[in-house]
Each structure stands twice: as C-alpha cells, then as structure tokens.
Write a protein that binds this ligand. Structure first.
Ligand code: ADP
Ligand code: MG
Length: 293
C-alpha cells in the first residue's frame, strides 16, 4: 500500500496545481538532478510576434499563401502567423493534403503545386537553397529570431521572422529550482541556435546547456544522454514533445493547453503555465522521501 506521507504529499501537490500520476513519480522527482526544458511555449510564452517579412512580389499574396498552409497547423508559430494575417484583413488561400513535418513545418498542395512553410531544415528537404532561389536579407538569415520560410517546390517565395519572450514566471522558477539543489538546467529546442542562445542569455542558461536545432527524435536522444549524469525531468508543452516526455525519468507536461498525447506520455501534469510550481513540487518530493526513508 502507498505510505500515508506520499498520499498526503500527492494531495498537497495537487492543490498547488501539480498532478502526479502516482506515488512512484513523486519518489523519482525527489531524486531528479537535471531539469531539461522545451523552449517554445514552456520557458517562453509561445505567443510569437511577427517581426520581419520579406518576399518576392506582392506581400499580401505571399501572406495569404503562408496563412493558408499555417491554417492547417496547431503550432504556436502558425497561430501567430494566422493572427497577424487576419489582423491585416488578408484572407488565407486554401490548401489541401496538408501534413506536419515534426520539428520542421508543414507541407501541402494548392492549385499551383506543392507548397511548404517551415525552417531551413524543411527547405533543404524540399531541395531549396535560399541563396540560389531568393536573396534573403541578412536580417532574416542572421537575426536571433525564428525564421519561417515559404516555398514552392525547390523555390523559396519568402520568409518571416518571429519572436516570443520568456514567461514572466520563468526566471524566478529557474532560480527556485537552482536554490533547491537542482544541479543542471538544460534547454532543448527545435528552434535555431541564435534564438535559443538569446533566450538562454536572458535566463542564465549557458550555451553548453542549450541544445538547439533538434528534431523530436533528437530531443529523445539528448534526454537519454543526460540520464548518464543522473535522474532527468523533461518539461514540455506538448507540441512534438511526447517522446521526450516518455523517455525522461519524470515527464512533466505543462499547461492545460498541452496536447492529449503529451498528457498521456507524461508522469506529471502542471496545470498552471508557471514553472515555479515545479520547485515547490521538487522540494515537497524531497521532504516526503526523507520522511518515508
Ligand atoms: P520547439 O518547441 O522546441 O521550438 P518544435 O519541434 O515544435 O520545437 O519546432 C521546431 C521548429 O520547427 C520551429 O522552431 C520552427 O522553425 C519549425 N516549425 C515547426 N512547426 C512549424 C510550422 N507550423 N510553421 C513553421 N515552422 C514550424
Ligand atoms: Mg514546444
């Protein structure tokens, strides 16, 4: 039977918005030494602002195409693009056969053929080389912002950059984890390194603890590598994170907006989008472990 101290700790945690799937997850959390975080939507708000737009020809037509394909995606980037385009009164052009390429973007078909939206990795997959098909300004290529390219087959039609900010609660949440004895804090992201390092610098996460340009399967590999140094908790918001959540010693799904798959893969659900709740749960787990030992 489950010790009374654990049952009581589970209910205290639940009142603080941290739902454990069972006592074992609480006991494992007490031993966690590394917290690995997804970036977009976990450390950051996930509410992206469009900063730069660059395309060949008519910008409204470009945005109508981009929003048309992003209408088929649930990614926070897609939401931002749709909202920006709608606010400008531009009507998205419909696409069909849309499919997500996890960690890269979207591919679909419209009246003129194959159309795609995503990062440089997707561009490469589609046979496009930015320099050959469209001279992207340096501000798009090198800015520490997320770059979304729109392409037709091997041709790049244009790109937009977007950025989001750390959640207000993130710095204090990370500080509390460190104060509570967590040895290592790592960032795992599918975004490009320049963006990850900009956010990392704001949060005191060093470049050597930042893993960028990851596909979902790369996140699983990094989580596995980190377990060589001790127990690992992975915290993700859901989009594309289910496998990493499952691989971690403790998978923590954040936000009620987190996907159903993520909640299934996780051991813990964090109801509020506030990681300071994590350090409270980590300390509670530690105290409980000392009581029952
Ligand atoms: P993360 O949450 O770590 O940023 P994701 O795996 O969700 O990771 O996404 C990784 C990258 O894939 C994004 O930074 C973006 O460049 C690209 N991407 C994913 N989905 C889309 C989309 N719908 N539109 C454009 N780019 C996308
Ligand atoms: Mg994410």
């Amino acid at each position: 039977s489950v010790p009374a101290a654990i049952l009581s700790a589970l209910s205290v945690a639940a009142r603080g918005g941290v739902l454990f799937k069972g006592g074992a997850a609480l006991e494992t959390l007490a031993k966690v030494e590394t917290f690995a975080f997804d970036k977009t939507g976990t450390l950051t708000t996930g509410k992206q602002e469009i900063v730069d737009i660059h395309c060949e020809g008519d910008e409204a037509l470009f945005l109508a195409r981009l929003a048309g394909i992003e209408a088929q995606s649930e990614h926070p980037i897609a939401t931002a693009i749709r909202q920006h385009v709608a606010a400008r009164g531009i009507v998205p052009l419909p696409v069909r056969e849309a499919r997500a390429v996890p960690g890269e973007g979207m591919v679909a078909v419209d009246d003129e053929g194959v159309i795609w939206a995503g990062n440089a990795r997707l561009a490469q997959r589609m046979g496009a080389r930015a320099a050959e098909t469209l001279a992207l300004p340096a501000v798009l290529e090198n800015a520490p912002r997320t770059l979304v390219l729109l392409g037709r087959g091997a041709k790049i039609l244009g790109g937009v950059t977007c950025e989001d900010r750390p959640r207000d609660s993130t710095p204090a949440g990370l500080a509390a984890l460190r104060a509570g004895g967590v040895g290592q804090i790592a960032m795992l992201t599918g975004d490009r390194r320049a963006v990850a390092e900009r956010i990392g610098a704001e949060l005191g996460i060093g470049a050597d603890e930042i893993h960028a340009d990851l596909r979902p399967e790369d996140k699983v590999k990094i989580v596995a590598d980190l377990t060589a140094r001790g127990r690992v908790a992975f915290v993700g918001d859901g989009v594309n994170d289910a496998a990493a959540l499952a691989r971690a010693d403790v998978g923590i799904a954040m936000g009620v907006a987190g996907s159903e798959v993520a909640l299934q893969a996780a051991d813990v659900a964090l109801l509020a989008d506030d990681i300071s709740r994590l350090s409270e749960a980590h300390r509670l787990a530690g105290r409980t472990a000392r009581i029952i030992r």
